[in-house]
Each structure stands twice: as structure tokens, then as C-alpha cells.
Design a protein around this ligand. Structure first.
Ligand code: MN
Ligand code: MN
Length: 177
């Protein structure tokens, strides 16, 4: 049996944490052929539920806490207080985030991609492009929704021209206005 690797956002998840976990797990599966599972460590909010229903995607698996040595990729956070319970004993493989650098420490080097943009979904979209993987229509919809949500429709002070450009590209792929 293939070892499962969880891709998980922060506690009290927002649309970016859920949609970026789903989209990045999908990208990792496609690139590596290994098993990556999107997960969440909290209830999906009403906005995210709407987005998932709109694009016909199931919510990520609920994980209250992770077992020791569980392989993990964190998206949309890099602070221990926001992370799934059990992180300290887990094996952290990657972090993809857009927040200020937090307090997470590792024993070995990991892939840590942090960019000062408005949304993790913007970085996940860049990773699809860098890996030359086509973005499925539904996945584009999720990523686009995450950007609109995190940037408050491009009005947040953290929103960058790259977020806007990326959201418009994703909207075209998803076939939404
Ligand atoms: Mn978030
Ligand atoms: Mn975010």
C-alpha cells in the first residue's frame, strides 16, 4: 500500500486553506504518482461549502490530529498554534504559504515556499505552471474562489497584481465570470 501524505490547511479553515489543500494535493499526485490526500482540521464554513458545491468537489478529509510520523504538507499557515494537533511529532515535508514567517521548526531541510501575495491559491497556481501541469476546470474554479475570498474581491491590502491576473486566468479556465 502506498503511504498517504496529507496536505492540510490551518485550524478554523477558510476557503483558501480548503481549496489550496485540494488543488495542491491533486498537483502532487499528478507530478509524483504518489498518494497525497487533502485534509482539514476544522469545519468547512458556509462560503467554502458553497464553493465546493458550485464546482462539485467533496470536502477534504477531516483530521482532528495526526499520528506520529504522519507525512504532512502545510498550506496557508506556518505557525504551530494554527496547525493540526500532532504536528510536533509528524514529519513535515513542505510548507506553501503567503503569511509572515512563523515559528515552525524542522529537523531537516524542507521545501518552504512563501511568497508575499494575497492568497496561497495564487502560489499553487504558479506551482501548476512551473510543473507544466494543466489545471482542471473544477480545480481552477476552486483556486479562483480562494483568491476572491482571501483578497476580499481584490480589495485587501495584501492583494497584488499577480493575484488579480491569476484569478482572471483561472476564471477563464473555470468558465466563470
Ligand atoms: Mn487562511
Ligand atoms: Mn490564505
Amino acid at each position: 500500500m502506498q503511504e498517504n501524505i496529507f496536505v492540510i490547511g490551518h485550524k478554523n479553515p477558510d476557503t483558501d486553506s480548503i481549496c489550496s489543500a485540494l488543488a495542491y494535493a491533486e498537483l502532487k499526485c499528478k507530478v509524483t504518482g504518489e498518494k497525497y490526500t487533502a485534509a482539514r482540521c476544522g469545519e468547512v464554513n458556509a462560503e467554502t461549502t458553497y464553493v465546493l458545491e458550485r464546482f462539485g468537489i467533496n470536502e477534504p478529509e477531516f483530521v482532528a490530529s495526526v499520528e506520529p510520523q504522519t507525512k504532512l504538507i502545510l498550506v496557508d499557515h506556518n505557525e504551530t498554534t494554527q496547525a493540526v494537533d500532532g504536528l510536533a511529532e509528524a514529519e513535515l515535508l513542505e510548507i506553501i504559504d503567503h503569511h509572515k514567517i512563523g515559528d515552525i521548526q524542522t529537523m531537516v531541510p524542507i521545501y518552504f515556499r512563501n511568497q508575499p501575495v494575497g492568497c496561497t491559491a495564487t502560489i499553487v497556481t504558479l506551482l501548476y505552471k512551473e510543473n507544466k501541469v494543466e489545471i482542471a476546470k473544477e480545480t481552477a474554479g476552486l483556486l479562483c474562489a480562494a483568491i476572491l475570498s482571501d483578497t476580499l474581491l481584490f480589495r485587501s491590502p495584501t492583494c497584488t497584481p499577480l493575484d488579480k491576473e491569476t484569478a482572471l486566468e483561472l476564471a477563464a479556465i473555470a468558465g466563470v465570470e
